[in-house]
Design a protein around this ligand. Structure first.
Ligand code: SF4
Ligand code: SF4
Length: 84
């Protein structure tokens, strides 16, 4: 499968300070963020579209959306086109 490097906006959780409230999970339109073991939220970077809804909702302000370089598979690119 062909891979490409592209800059994408993605959400990151500062897991040390996450209180596992689940608010981010409820608002994510892509189901890209989950609370694991009732301890901390983690973002699935392949699903995340960087919309920032989770960051706005987080009561602990531990989510930031950053633009970084990612290696994306062709499969992910096809999914992105379907969402537009
Ligand atoms: S930035 Fe948007 S798509 Fe990414 S995890 Fe947060 S709510 Fe979901
Ligand atoms: S909203 Fe914030 S504190 Fe709550 S689970 Fe998500 S990242 Fe953790």
């Amino acid at each position: 499968m062909e891979t490409k490097k592209r800059k994408k906006r993605k959400a990151f959780v500062d897991e040390k300070f996450c209180v596992a409230c689940g608010s981010c999970v409820k608002v994510c339109p892509m189901s890209a963020i989950q609370v694991y073991n009732g301890i901390m939220a983690k973002v699935n970077l392949e699903k995340c579209v960087g919309c920032g809804k989770c960051a706005k909702e987080c009561p602990a302000s531990v989510i930031t959306v950053k633009e970084e370089l990612y290696i994306l598979s062709e499969e992910v690119k096809v999914n992105e086109k379907e969402m537009v």
